[in-house]
Design a protein around this ligand. Structure first.
Ligand code: G6P
Length: 610
């Protein structure tokens, strides 16, 4: 959601913070702000819109200091404007606060503070924190204690950073439900909500856990619980490089991430395939295989694109493991008192590992005794750390808001888990070996599809002005239809729906006329004949058909306005291939409409509010 970055040391903090905010901009981008402390004076500059607008004004102003914090916002309370942007001051302008998350009881707190004479300038929940902390400072407590006391009164989630003019040697940060970490440098320290903001300066980080607070000085840091108990924290080394979060010559992060899928998929399978024995090795599940083979039921919960990969996972688990698998939106699962027990294993799929609803769903399942398994991309993320076990997808940093390479790598990991467990059940050596071969050939096959980029771009020319789109698939490719429609919606703002192809007859077919493009995902698999009938039904109603078909399927031509061919692979791995033309189609349509695909309106990369 929003992004936080801060610096304390002997260099000028302003370029460090602006650069960090730009790297975090994918998390929230409706407004941004920076606050610095210099000679006991706090100065704040805020702007509506992109960080580049903030940068312009900051540079013009000549702002400079050795201590500062910055924020890029995704509005929750109060519209995106300069007043609501962070940092927020206390009344005397001696303290500033930036905040990610939501203060749920802010109305009650605000009323109480107003009774004490505090006046509010913004419509945000965050401003409450500035005044609440101030009320404890006024009672004679130091900054760290005042922040702890204030947070004790707060319901909700936060990652916060605070500067106080009367204690100009530190930044105080705290977290509950919203990520926050310290970057440890040499004679300088950093704070951030995401390691990508500070990776240019240090690889050494300290992750705060929920309910922890830190005082960060130039050369040291002190960590405590919100209750005031001292705690020791370890410095961890992260392996992310700066190149991984740069565009690498592509015009957008999204295109870069689509194009690097041969490599990201290779990274997801690397070291995990045992060719000789047709087995799979997943270090993160070592010791849990027996329990997993015996569970009565799998549940997979997630949000957004990760939820679509969960749906593919259901098809995989049920076909190969014969274990009933339920897929549920994390936001629904967490609030419906789900029936979960220690007989169940629950998977939590999350690219970021920070999505608020998925995290809360995991805590709910854990409290009911289920085995909790994370499938995450971001190493060291909260879901990865709090799950009993899990598997990293190793897709590398994904910056484009619309998920692409994380999706294909999630599918890979789900398929790896399937084969790992199926080999312990009744999958034969031959079948295991054959699937291992298929995994190995995926990067090359993905490349073959990516090589059709200009062909797909040409198709996009025909449809950039469409108002609606339908995406239809069956079996393993039904969730791919959902994902294709989501990609188009997210970045082109064209209304699109995904459906199981046969279900189309029960409603959506009423929308079909000569203006309706219908994308069919129809590779040659066990559902092929059936989906051909569905294509005929659309053609009979003059719908335009764009068909994702197998390489050798020439009969399909007569039913298609456009065909995009994909190579063959095992059905279980087919979605990894069929989704790629859909990513490119959505990409090119959005680009032809002149839209910002990396930062589509209203969306955020990591949704850390519920
Ligand atoms: C946001 C993003 C989506 C993503 C979803 C779940 O809505 O815009 O691209 O699929 O969150 O995120 P997660 O990090 O949990 O996979």
């Amino acid at each position: 959601m929003c992004g936080i970055v801060g610096y304390i040391g002997s260099n000028n903090c302003v370029p460090v913070i602006i650069e960090g905010l730009k790297r975090l901009e994918y998390r929230g981008y409706d407004s941004s702000g920076i606050g610095v402390l210099d000679h006991s004076k706090l100065t704040v500059i805020k702007r509506k819109g992109k960080v580049s607008l903030l940068q312009e004004i900051v540079e013009k102003d000549g702002m400079t200091s050795n201590l500062g914090i910055g924020h890029t916002r995704w509005a929750t309370h109060g519209e995106p404007n300069e007043i609501n942007a962070h940092p927020h001051f206390n009344s005397e302008n001696s303290l500033i606060v930036i905040h990610n998350g939501i203060i749920e009881n802010y109305r009650t707190l605000k009323t109480g503070l107003e009774k004490l004479g505090y006046e509010f300038l913004s419509k945000t929940d965050t401003e409450v924190l500035a005044h609440l902390i101030d009320s404890f400072l006024k009672r004679g407590h130091n900054l760290s204690k005042s922040v702890r006391f204030a947070l004790n009164e707060v319901d909700g989630t936060y990652g916060i950073a605070v500067l106080y003019a009367k204690e100009p040697d530190k930044i105080v940060v705290a977290r509950k439900g919203s990520p926050l970490l310290l970057g440890i440098g040499n004679g300088e320290n950093f704070i951030a909500s995401d390691v990508s903001a500070i990776i240019a300066h240090t690889n050494n980080v300290v992750y705060l856990e929920d309910g922890e607070i830190a005082e960060v000085y130039t050369d040291r840091f002190v960590t405590k619980t919100i209750a005031g108990m001292p705690i020791d924290k370890f410095v961890e080394e992260v392996s992310m490089t700066l190149e991984e979060i740069d565009k690498g010559g592509y015009p957008t992060f999204m295109l870069k991430e689509i194009m690097e899928q041969p490599e990201s998929v290779l990274n997801s399978i690397r070291g995990r395939l045992l060719e000789e024995t047709g087995d799979i090795k997943l270090g993160g599940l070592t010791g849990f295989e027996d329990r997993l083979s015996k569970v009565k039921r799998f549940i997979i919960t997630a949000c957004g694109t990760s939820w679509h990969s969960a749906l593919v996972g259901k098809y995989m688990f049920e076909q190969y493991l014969r274990i009933p698998t339920e897929v549920e939106y994390a936001s629904e699962f967490r609030y419906r008192d789900p029936i979960v027990s220690s007989d169940d294993a629950v998977f939590f799929i999350s690219q970021s590992g920070e999505t608020a609803d998925t995290l809360a769903a995991m805590r709910e399942a854990r409290s009911k005794g289920a085995l909790c398994l994370g499938i995450c991309n971001v190493v060291g993320s909260t879901i990865a750390r709090e799950s009993d076990a899990g598997v990293y997808i190793h897709a590398g940093p994904e910056i484009g808001v619309a998920s692409t390479k994380a999706f294909t790598s999630q599918l890979i990991v789900l398929a790896l888990i399937t084969v790992l467990l199926a080999r312990r059940k009744n999958m034969s050596l031959e079948e295991g070996r054959a699937l291992v071969k298929e995994f190995n050939s995926l990067p090359q096959r993905i490349q073959e599809i990516l090589d059709k980029n200009s062909e797909i771009e040409e198709i996009a020319n025909h449809y950039k002005d469409a108002a609606n789109f339908l995406y239809l698939g069956r079996g393993y490719n039904f969730p791919v239809a959902l994902e294709g429609a989501l990609k188009l919606k997210e970045i082109s703002y064209i209304h699109a729906e995904g459906y199981p192809a046969a279900e189309m007859k029960h409603g959506p077919i009423a929308l079909v006329d000569e203006n309706m493009p219908v994308v069919f995902i129809a590779p040659k698999d066990s559902t092929y004949e059936k989906i051909v009938s569905n294509i005929e039904e659309i053609k009979a109603r003059k719908g335009k058909t764009i068909i994702i078909a197998s390489d050798e399927d020439y009969d399909i031509e007569k039913l298609a306005d456009h065909v995009i061919r994909v190579p063959k692979t095992a059905s279980i791995l087919m979605p990894v291939l069929t989704v790629i033309p859909l990513q490119l189609l959505a990409y090119h349509i959005a680009m032809k409409k002149g839209l910002n695909v990396d930062q589509p309106r209203n969306l955020a990369k990591s949704v850390t509010v519920e």
